[in-house]
Write a protein that binds this ligand. Structure first.
Ligand code: GRF
Length: 214
């Protein structure tokens, strides 16, 4: 007898800004291999004017604005639970995630950071601040990190890192563009891989997760 089909995972994306990574996730889980395992069902932002809201709308996905003050008083956890969310993906989310949400989603909440952690991470290290710091340090390689989320900024266990070579003449804007390309390419794939692993399909033999899982 065939196994009962696995129920699809429900993903929430938390974002504060333009939302290009959120869009990469929305697109990936809307069709193809991503859509086999999960749906992005909710996009939530702490900033009323965040560009990510229009991106969610474009995909017909529910979006909400929860102000910072409410996030910390339990509204976020309650909203996630009410929507029966299984996985949380941070995509340019600039607030610290409340401890109760970290506890409830331990091992099921990931973040993407535009540098090779543990370098160039922590409070104040976001957006162009990161790429300027990489430039000032004279790095010849940068990249992106996907990691589990805990209560500290950029501190949870690393799941995947992608690297890109830098040229001495690369300006911070060039570094940002190279890293962004990596982010959009890998974040959806890595999240799909994690969900498949959690669902009991061991994907490590046939995805790029294999060599990078730690
Ligand atoms: C990305 O570089 C991501 O790594 C970081 O914030 C940025 C968000 O960009 N956490 P976008 O809003 O996804 O375009």
């Amino acid at each position: 007898m065939a196994n009962a089909p696995q129920e699809k995972a429900r993903i929430a994306v938390l974002a504060s800004g333009a939302g290009s990574n959120a869009e990469a996730l929305l697109s990936h889980f809307a069709e193809g291999s991503g859509a086999e395992v999960a749906d992005v069902v909710w996009v939530c932002t702490n900033r009323r004017g965040a560009g990510v809201r229009a991106r969610a709308e474009k995909f017909g996905v529910e979006e909400s604005h929860i102000p910072k003050a409410e996030m910390t008083t339990g509204a976020l956890l309650e909203a996630l639970q009410r929507r029966r969310i299984d996985w949380v993906a941070l995509a340019g989310f600039l607030l610290k995630v409340p401890g109760q949400v970290c506890d409830a989603f331990e091992g099921r909440m990931v973040n993407i950071h535009p540098a090779l952690l543990p370098k160039f991470g922590g409070a104040g290290m976001y957006g162009m601040h990161v790429h300027r710091a990489v430039k000032e340090a004279g790095e010849s390689v940068s990249g992106m990190t996907i990691h589990f989320v805990n209560e500290q900024y950029d501190d949870g266990d690393i799941v995947f890192q992608g690297e890109v070579d830098l040229r001495p003449e690369d300006a911070p804007e060039d570094i940002a563009a190279k890293v962004m390309e990596l982010e959009h390419r890998h974040y959806p794939q890595v999240l799909e891989g994690l969900i498949r692993l959690a669902q009991g399909t061991d994907v490590r033999d046939r995805t790029h997760l294999k060599s990078h899982m730690r």
